[in-house]
Design a protein around this ligand. Structure first.
Ligand SMILES: [Zn+2]
Length: 449
């Protein structure tokens, strides 16, 4: 691996130039801006690598998925897949950027720009570490597959369709996920999963217009209907929908051990949020177990009636609530949506309509999987310190669409301002991240020889 690392070091400026090229190309999926152009750029980069790229399509107006593949001569029986995305978040608010979002700018050892971290740095890093293997070893440690989507920042809304149409593009022995890096204390962090999600909107309607509130004496108020319906969903921290927890997979012994060891910066989080305590005063292991494995029901938005200054005596015609349920393995969002509908019906709220907006299953890789062990071992080699292992991120991603074990590792850090103004990548970590992923792939194949 020394030659591979040396190559990565001595070609880091070229890697940075490739990253700048990608950052210069806006690819804002929320606004449909520059996606084709960016996909084409990525396709050309894969072509330069000799990875026989293709643009997969799933219908008009849907951003293409760019795939590529490099076969290994020495180890053609194993395949690693790199999942990344070439789309980015909108750059707004523009006035808070210190340099223009689509003009990559180097300052204080960092590259600034929209997508400089999430996820163009990781995407380019994977191409460049592949180049390092090909230039030094004239081979890759196992087959490499690349799958780069263009709708991650809008919830990977069509990745399911791609999976159905091109199942082969998703198959591999193991997957390396799109994000990862070091934690706030500069420890490499290996993440083994993500939570799932069910996102719905509830709407209560009654009269065909807002009415004078004096009529509240006999005209039903949809805001109250909605509040009562919401009240039936949860008591304290328990979700009351029958069968909600039926499929929750308990933690394994190994997972519990890892959760115990995982350092969660409780005090810093409370300080940053300006809160004195967590729900019910929970702390320590309880908080960490909740972070990793607690199904949640969150009212994300509530809307009804008059919200302006002063008072307005009005009886609103409708009320809406947006709700997200974070899910854990092996909960199924489709099944849970049915359970939610049945529950509201049974409680007498059949008048409240439910609009389904998003559903993704959770995914979690066993810490014993070869790719997980390889990522941990590689972290110790590249960073010369033991990694921390996060059994599952509390966020959500389309990891479940890949049936194989998956780890999230890379060159990110906690101050990279992903999704925010002044997004940046630390150039030293960009390089280290490449080495970490390269070493992981190498160790992954070694472990299975
Ligand atoms: Zn993102």
């Amino acid at each position: 691996m020394k030659e591979v690392f040396d190559y990565i070091d001595s070609n880091k400026d070229r890697a940075l130039e490739a990253l700048k090229t990608l950052v210069r190309q806006p690819s804002v999926s929320a606004k449909g801006e520059g996606l084709r152009e960016c996909a084409e750029l990525v396709r050309r980069m894969l072509e330069d690598l000799g990875a026989s790229p293709k643009l997969l399509e799933a219908g008009e107006g849907i951003n293409p998925v760019v795939v590529g593949e490099i076969k290994s001569k020495s180890n053609p029986k194993r395949t690693i897949l790199f999942y990344n995305h070439y789309d980015v978040q909108p750059p707004e608010p523009l006035e808070l950027w210190e340099s223009p979002p689509f003009e990559p700018t180097v300052k204080d050892g960092k590259l600034f720009g929209r997508g400089a971290a999430d996820d163009k740095a990781e995407l380019v890093g994977r191409l460049k570490l592949t180049e390092a293997f090909l230039e030094t070893c004239k081979d890759v440690p196992c087959n490499f597959k690349f799958l780069f989507e263009g709708e991650e920042e809008i919830g990977s809304i069509h990745l399911k369709d791609y999976r159905k149409k091109y199942p082969n593009a998703f198959s591999a022995d193991s997957v390396i996920w799109e994000f990862g890096g070091i934690d706030a204390k500069e420890r490499p962090e290996v993440t083994l999963g993500v939570k799932g999600i069910l996102y719905v909107e509830l709407t209560a309607k009654n009269a065909n217009r807002d009415a004078h509130s004096s009529l509240a004496a006999f005209v039903e108020n949809p805001a109250w209907r909605l509040v009562w319906a919401l009240n039936s969903l949860k008591k304290g921290e328990k979700i009351l929908i029958p069968g909600w927890y039926d499929d929750v997979r308990p933690f394994s012994k190994n997972e519990i051990e890892l959760i115990k060891k995982w350092p969660y910066p409780e005090r810093e989080v409370k300080k940053e949020l300006g809160i004195k305590q967590f729900i019910g005063g929970m702390k320590g292991l309880e908080v960490k177990k909740a972070y990793v494995g607690k199904p949640t029901c969150t009212i994300c938005g509530l809307d009804s009636g008059y919200k302006g200054p002063g008072s307005k005596t009005v009886l609103p015609k409708e009320a809406r609530a947006k709700i997200d349920f974070r899910l854990v393995p092996d909960q199924d969002p489709n099944d849970l949506e049915k359970k939610l509908r049945a529950h509201l019906r049974k409680k007498g709220f059949s008048d409240i309509s439910i609009t389904y907006s998003e559903g993704e299953r959770a995914a979690r890789t066993s810490p014993d999987a070869p790719i997980a062990r390889a990522a941990m071992k590689a972290a110790s080699i590249v960073y010369e310190r033991k990694p921390v292992v996060l059994v599952s991120s509390a966020g959500t991603g389309p990891m479940y669409l890949f049936d194989s074990p998956c780890v999230a590792i890379g060159g990110g850090y906690s101050e990279n301002r992903a999704h925010a103004p002044n997004e940046n990548t630390r150039i030293d970590l960009f390089v280290k991240g490449m080495k970490w992923v390269a070493e992981t792939v190498n160790t992954f194949t070694e472990l299975q020889k």
